[in-house]
Design a protein around this ligand. Sequence first.
Ligand code: HEM
Length: 406
Amino acid sequence: MRSTSKTILLHEISKLKSKQDQWNPFAWYKQMRENNPVFYDAEQDVWNVFLYDHAKRVLFDHQLFSNKKERSLIPVPRVNNRSNVNFSDPPEHRHRRALLAQAFTPRSLKEWEPRIQAIADELVADMEGQTTVDIVQQLAIPLPVIVIAKLLGVPSQDREKIKAWSDILFYPYERETFGDIADQKARAMKEFQEYLYPIVQEKRKHPADDILSDLTKANLEGEQLTDMEVVMSGIGLLGAGNETTTMLISNMFYSMLFDQPGIYQEMRADSTAMPKLVEEVLRFRFPVAIDRQVAQDTTVFGHKMKKGQIIIAWMGSANRDESQFANAETFDIHRHNNQTHLTFGAGPHFCLGAPLARMEANIALSTFVKRFADIRPVEGFEVTEHLIQSATGQSLKSLPIRVETA
Ligand code: HEM
């Protein structure tokens, strides 16, 4: 077996075995908040924090909790790359982030809105005449991948290849099959690079109005990025913007069916309720965890931590901390502070794509709601039959729902 020493295996910390528990890790989170809020996992030499205030401190305090990590739970193979926003801290991180940030300004997103709407219109129109639709396969997967491909300036017909490569890159490692998974990831990374490289070369010669072209012109500390650095930034964005947004759109429908049945009619009656639903789904149904490396020997959160140890902020747990969210285990789109969830991170690395993800989810929902009068679960629906292992635990690979045309 190949060494797992640089990789942290998240599910070995929770020890949640069944698909059902991995899909709903919230009871375990609660137990940890109550009994073991700062937990040291000796097997992997990793600290874990479960409370809101602790998680927030880990994300904000980059001097004590650095993103320059020798080990990580991010399952994507690491490639040395000056433009990588991960694995860097301020001040150098600020330059790297600025390169990408131009693409995600409110102005550039405003320009994107009609194009995202057109993609959503087409996907929802394709559901015409069906009484059962698979939300994951027909909307939640294609929308983000088409959008991010178009934003980058990559042919969106290639979306299945792009999706397949990013899925492999983000697929979680397991101890028993570590070598096989590592080989698959290396192959996917090589193919993805070989695919994007000529596209980037072409953009450098003939820049267009897209992110890859902008990156070929970008200036990092007085130097241009190499073609391979642009390729790697592209892979980073294609990966970051895909599975996460798919999860958001899928979970949004799951919540409307199972966390608060009937709420669909509120969406139809009041369009201002939609962004509130999106925020509550982000708070309520997102088992995200982020890692940092302890930068110096210290005593923090009442424990002695050593330089070089890894600390994981379990944001999915922080989002259900009663000290931040009253009745945290209840799905309630009208809570006043649900935007303070940590699902997009916090501090210097706060998700650059958050406004894009929010816009995609809102457009997906409003477009769907206009066409369908009601939704219901299909008979005999068992969530465990529709799950797939993902970087964060289990996510929906399909979600068939009954629809009534408006
Ligand atoms: C629901 C959807 C999404 C979720 C839950 C999510 C979550 C996150 C989180 C938690 C971080 C912080 C990582 C850290 O602190 O180490 C992050 C960073 C990032 N996200 Fe997202 N993300 C989503 C969508 C997107 C999209 C659509 C894009 C772009 C296409 C994107 C691009 C990025 C980038 C570039 C960073 C790195 C920022 C930095 O390190 O400065 N994300 N995301």
